[in-house]
Design a protein around this ligand. Structure first.
Ligand code: SF4
Ligand code: SF4
Length: 320
């Protein structure tokens, strides 16, 4: 019997999600035994025309990582959607917008200005920036359009399942692949990770008081804390209360607070907003000046509270 065909593709991402697939190590052999990988540009020499040659719905599943920033990424996402019975948004950038989504704080022109003109290592006396079409010796060179903003995959195509993480951990990847192969999938639109918050599974949860009160916010680089102490109770911002579990508490175990890469739990609409309101409720003062001092001590609040979820957030949805 012919094996089900699957594909992997990457959009605006760092490549870490591709590494996560490679990190399956010998488990990747178990996957290859059961499926035919017919498109995986980062690892195998397939071309776009190979995907175009497939019948509609011929792929059993496609795993797309990365957010959508360019016209090429949008075209490929739409093409793969047509060819595949299931689409999995693989990793935080596809699911939430991820780190590339923080570029939504700047305009396209500002991004080009910085990247192609202002950074000290760039030499560009003519101020050339990428264009979709350039004439060179009578030929037209074409580049994909760089859009004004970054979108999540589900803001561009219909997505069946979401696999969170930066990058998704191997056990969740294997679990997702097995569920697809056996057909034991949850309700369409589900996030393929536990419903609990990270605080519920955190090895430091016993040191988290029922009612936290903080009078200062510290940065992990400037404060030494015991490896069994709750970061938040020590005044260090940890997004665990607003973040879905399932990552294996990777950062916590490395003595780093959570930055929210697994995205919000089902009940939370806006991960950054939820954390921010929770944070302000544990500040141990009613004095307005003091509240302002504590709030101002958070460096880059948007970058911190929405590190992985800016395009997904309520704010960006209202802006659309
Ligand atoms: S706030 Fe952070 S350190 Fe504290 S219990 Fe939650 S995840 Fe663990
Ligand atoms: S601790 Fe938080 S930031 Fe770190 S891997 Fe887990 S969900 Fe992601």
């Amino acid at each position: 019997m012919a094996k089900p065909k699957v594909a992997f593709y990457w959009c605006a991402s760092c490549g870490g999600c591709e590494e996560a697939v490679v990190d399956l190590a010998e488990d990747i052999l178990k996957v290859v035994e059961k499926v035919d990988i017919v498109f995986w540009p980062v690892a195998m020499d397939f071309k776009r025309r190979d995907v175009e040659g497939l019948g509609d719905g011929e792929l059993a599943a496609v795993f797309i990582n990365g957010a959508i920033r360019t016209s090429e990424q949008e075209e490929m996402a739409k093409l793969l959607r047509r060819k595949s019975r299931l689409v999995v948004a693989f990793g935080s950038c596809a699911y939430l917008g991820g780190i590339p989504g923080l570029a939504n704080l700047s305009s396209k022109d500002a991004v080009f200005e910085t990247v192609y003109k202002k950074v000290p290592t760039v030499v560009n006396p003519e101020g050339v920036v990428p264009r979709t079409e350039t004439d060179v010796d009578g030929f037209k060179l074409k580049l994909p359009d760089f859009y004004d903003g970054v979108r999540t995959l589900a803001q561009v195509i219909e997505v069946d399942y979401f696999l969170p993480g930066c990058a998704p951990p191997p056990d969740l990847i294997m679990e997702a692949i097995n569920k697809i192969l056996t057909g034991e999938l949850p309700e369409k639109g589900s996030v393929l990770a536990p419903e609990k918050s990270l605080c519920d599974t955190c090895p430091r949860r016993d040191s988290k008081p029922d009612k936290i009160k903080i009078s200062d916010i510290s940065r992990i680089a400037y404060k030494k804390i015991d490896t069994d102490k709750c970061f938040l109770a020590e005044g260090i911002i940890c997004l665990g209360p607003a973040t879905r579990s399932g990552c294996g508490e990777r950062c916590i175990n490395a003595n780093m607070p959570c930055r929210g890469c697994f995205g919000p739990t089902r009940e939370v609409l806006d991960q950054g907003g939820k954390f921010l309101s929770g944070l302000m409720s544990i500040v141990d003062t009613q004095d307005e000046e003091e509240i302002k001092r504590i709030a101002d001590s958070v460096i880059d609040p948007v970058g911190l509270f929405y590190m992985y979820s800016l395009p997904y957030s309520l704010r960006m949805k209202f802006l659309k």
